[in-house]
Design a protein around this ligand. Structure first.
Ligand code: SF4
Length: 320
């Protein structure tokens, strides 16, 4: 006899407005210019998204020197250092910038703080593409910290003027603790509070906390290199619930669910819904599923395409 499994889906989960816009930019660029178009870095951190766009004619590269002269080039949602923008301009590459507007907002804050002569502290994870981009957009030295302990070790006088910025996809709670440590150490400390951790990150983290109260285990669908997906699994575990991050249904091991009667599922901001549907199909092969979705914050955020691409797309629709 098959054992029943109650599945609760977190809400919201999956794609955010920044990811939807980035994917739309690649698709519209292919339509307007014809394939191939070159994308610097994974457009968003998800292998399925990358594969689907490759099938449509996108070529993914890590560095600009891999882009042939004259080829249409797209910067990923994570943003790029100013040096990459300058190199593209020097080579005269036609560029569409898919940097999420919320990441650009962090860059703009940083540029303003640098102009004001403040010592800038970026709360984020070393090596992440967004952090690399932000570090490279600010025309001043930036101190990178990840924890409250890092704040204690900062080589700055306690009366130095400080401004902080945050990577958009951090854990809201951890970031609050780091900001509190900065404010406790530096009397003259300004920054945009956790509001710069984007709405999508906050909403998905709130939803996974709510989910954790109602289930025995949680599966997060998302890539291991996706910062916001990794945080979702960490938060679920910190709520005392076993949690696994899987990039797709193949990554799921049915043995994880021995003894589980209520399973929660969520997905990171760069994970397409088809991956959740495939996971449900796989679960349904061994258990009798009843699936429902929790009530959650409704999102109605959308970001428009870059104006140049909007104009071209409108023209090709009229011509077609
Ligand atoms: S997670 Fe937030 S900052 Fe990142 S792409 Fe999505 S909306 Fe933009």
């Amino acid at each position: 006899m098959r054992i029943p499994l109650r599945v609760l889906l977190a809400s919201p989960r999956g794609f955010c407005a920044g990811v939807e816009r980035a994917i739309a930019i690649v698709e519209h660029a292919i339509e307007a210019h014809e394939a191939p178009v070159y994308v610097r870095h994974e457009i968003v951190h998800n292998a399925r998204v990358v594969r689907d766009l490759e099938a449509q004619g996108a070529i993914f590269v890590e560095e600009l020197h891999e882009v042939p002269d004259g080829a249409v080039t797209i910067f990923s949602a994570h943003g790029v250092p100013a040096s990459v923008e300058a190199e593209a301009e020097k080579r005269g590459l036609p560029v569409y910038d898919a940097t999420c507007p919320l990441v650009s907002k962090v860059h703009n804050h940083g540029i303003r703080f640098a102009r004001e002569g403040r010592n800038i502290v970026l709360i984020g994870h070393a090596g992440h593409a967004e952090v690399e981009g932000t570090l490279g957009q600010i025309p001043a030295p930036v101190h990178l910290v990840a924890t409250a302990e890092d704040v204690v070790a900062l080589p700055l006088a306690d009366d130095a003027p400080v401004a902080y910025l945050t990577q958009t996809t951090l854990s809201v709670d951890e970031t609050r603790a780091v900001i509190a440590a900065l404010q406790a150490r530096f009397a003259d400390c300004v920054g945009p509070d956790v509001a710069d951790i984007c709405y999508a990150t906050q909403n998905r983290q709130t939803a996974v906390r709510d989910l954790a109260k109602r289930v025995d285990a949680i599966i997060v669908v998302g890539a291991a290199n996706s910062s916001n997906s990794t945080r979702l699994a960490e938060i679920a575990r910190s709520c005392g619930v076993p949690a696994w991050l899987v990039s797709d249904a193949q990554g799921f091991d049915p043995a994880w669910l021995n003894g589980t009667m209520r399973l929660g599922i969520t997905a990171g901001a760069s994970a397409p819904d088809v991956l959740v549907q495939e996971l449900l199909a796989r679960l349904g092969q061994t258990r009798d599923l009843s699936v429902s979705e929790l009530d959650g914050i409704r999102e109605n955020v959308s970001f428009s395409l870059p104006p140049a691409l909007r104009r071209l797309s409108a023209r090709s629709v009229r011509a077609g």
